[in-house]
Design a protein around this ligand. Structure first.
Ligand code: ZN
Length: 331
């Protein structure tokens, strides 16, 4: 595994390591079996109109043979609901968190979530989860603070004990006030520390063309070579006609705010806060996530007309942002 690091308290790390491989508690069974109503609410909320999730005839004619649940709904089938269940007493996870809290690692932030699917979940499957502490890291120094990463693995099984999916969920438990942003300046007049680079987007063979065009300040949209449908974010294959052929067309750069959020916390050093993040619907019909600039976040409204402008974050990273324009004045 990882090489031994010069941590200040190897004994403490060794205690944390003893949690690795321990099961957190008894299996937890979802309140409801996989059902059509919850699937329908989900796909309406996320705007996924694939008929294999809701149309029995279309599903029967598909490779699935019957209605299936969207894979990313996995966790929805075991959610505890708004009201927490009565406490079962200290779980292994509580024990680990208490140990970290006691050592001063009282802050927490979720850092990664990865899911793997063994098969599609179908109507009537009733899922239960088993959670294991998969890994506890050495002490790490991060931008947020000094802390330990804790990874849990959740296995999702049917009543027949068939494994249908796995989720790895990683958090950082850290000491507040020990992050790079919290270091007091040597002198009051000291220059601000250099701004850390913006996190790199996940560039893949499927979406590299989009980021390359962005570097040239061109906003492009992937277009299916089979049926001509536009799609974003870029994908290998057309969800409409199944074609793998595609090219890209240039967007006009005008659109409207379809939805937005204003982030205040947690604050990542490469960004300015409050950070307005919009879901922009381009006039061509596709939507993309981009910062909304040139306006007080409190004044942003759904439906507001916007136009693209380009932000050069680094020598190799340009991203579109959108600025409001008066109705009718869009180019
Ligand atoms: Zn197509």
């Amino acid at each position: 595994m990882s090489p031994v690091s010069p941590v200040s308290d190897n004994a403490f790390t060794a205690r944390l390591r003893q949690f690795e491989g321990r099961t957190v508690g008894p299996p937890e069974r979802g309140a409801d079996a996989v059902n059509q109503a919850m699937i329908r609410h989900w796909v309406e909320a996320v705007g996924d109109d694939n008929p294999v999730y809701t149309d029995a005839d279309a599903a029967r004619a598909s490779v699935h043979g019957d209605i299936v649940s969207p894979p990313v709904m996995l966790q929805a089938w075991v959610m505890r609901g708004v009201r927490p269940r009565p406490s079962r007493g200290g779980s292994v996870q509580d024990e680990l968190m208490n140990l970290l809290d006691g050592a001063g690692f009282t802050s927490v932030v979720a850092t990664n979530c990865e899911q793997e699917y063994e098969r599609y979940v179908q109507l009537g499957d009733h899922l239960s989860t088993t959670t294991v502490i998969a890994a506890v890291s050495d002490e790490k120094t991060t931008a947020l603070g000094v802390g330990h990463f804790v990874t849990t693995r959740v296995d999702y099984r049917t009543d027949d004990d068939e494994l249908v999916g796995t989720m790895r969920f990683r958090i950082l438990k850290f000491r507040p006030g020990t992050g790079r942003g919290a270091q007091p300046a040597a002198e009051p007049e000291a220059a601000a520390p250099p701004r850390p680079p913006r996190p790199r987007p996940a560039v893949t063979p499927d979406n590299a063309f989009w980021f390359e065009a962005a570097r040239e300040h061109r906003l492009v949209i992937q277009r299916c070579g089979g049926c001509g449908r536009l799609r974003h974010p870029p994908r290998t294959r057309c969800g409409e006609c199944g074609s793998y052929e595609w090219d890209a067309r240039e967007a006009k750069g005008t659109g409207a705010v379809y939805s937005f959020v204003v982030n205040h916390y947690p604050q990542v050093p490469a960004f300015d806060y409050p950070l307005a993040v919009g879901l922009i619907e381009l006039d061509e019909g596709t939507r993309l996530v981009a910062n909304v600039v040139g306006i007080e976040p409190s004044a942003i409204e759904v439906g507001m007309r916007v136009v693209v402008e380009w932000e050069e974050h680094d020598s190799d990273l340009s991203l579109p942002a959108f600025r409001p324009v008066a109705d009718g004045s869009a180019p």
